[in-house]
Design a binder for this molecule. Sequence first.
Ligand SMILES: NC(=[NH2+])NCCC[C@H](N)C(=O)O
Length: 290
Amino acid sequence: MGQPLEWGRRYLMVQPDHFRIDYVINPYMSTHDQPDPALTLKQWESLRQAIVDAGGEVEVLAQRADSPDMVYAMNLGLAAADGRAMLSHMRFEPRRLESLSAAEWFTEAGFRLDRTGGEGVGPHFESGDAFVFGDSLVVGYGPRTEEAALKHLATEWNIRVRGLRIAHEGMYHLDLPFCPVDSTHAMIYPPAFDAASQAELSGIVPDPIVLTDEEAFAFSANSIVVGETIIMPACSPRLYDVFTDLGLRVVVLDLSEFHKGGGSIRCLTNPLDFPLAAISTPGGELVLPA
Ligand SMILES: NC(=[NH2+])NCCC[C@H](N)C(=O)O
């Protein structure tokens, strides 16, 4: 039986005042399918409210007019409860301006900022690829985050990092095929990973909740757990039973406008309280799939 997650009470969200599809950097995006601004704001507000209702806290950052994807706050940087933050170094050029605002926000909020891509050089890292789970920081790499960033995270922060190679273009961030639910349970979608990483994953997750294709592509793993509540963009009857049996209250919200940019509930929320103490190890340690 798992214990509740030690994190996920405090989030950063970006108010979607300039959400558009201006370019295509994942298979879900099309410039011919634009979000409706009023519905976008309404859906975002329902998520903010659901987090507060579940006992969570939300900090809100204004969206830059020049950064339509900035609404996906999960990618702004990896923030820890002890005040460290690793700024993302986005793979695609149109998202890099977001980092200017993110750096300013993290600094003003009192975080000590590190970067994998100082001065624009260095490996790409997108924080939607990283979660604390078990004894390590689990990091997806391939489509967005580069393998070299994992080494940087491990040594810079003296933590244990376990890499999983993502091999599916529709699952381009780890937060699409992987979602920690409690200390032992996580939703996983194995086809997102190469064979060696699938093997690695079974060692990482003691109690896997394996998603069907349909569940995975409804963004079921792009959910968040806030206290006793799991907030999901979609929940099949089977998953509903799994989560209620685990003692969770299931809240399902419609975030359809944000699916047009290729993200949902997790992508819109950046946890600010990842515990690093549980995963720290002198000198750092990096475990990569064979
Ligand atoms: N954490 C996430 N998966 N965020 C989704 C990001 C979506 C954004 N359009 C991109 O491709 O970068």
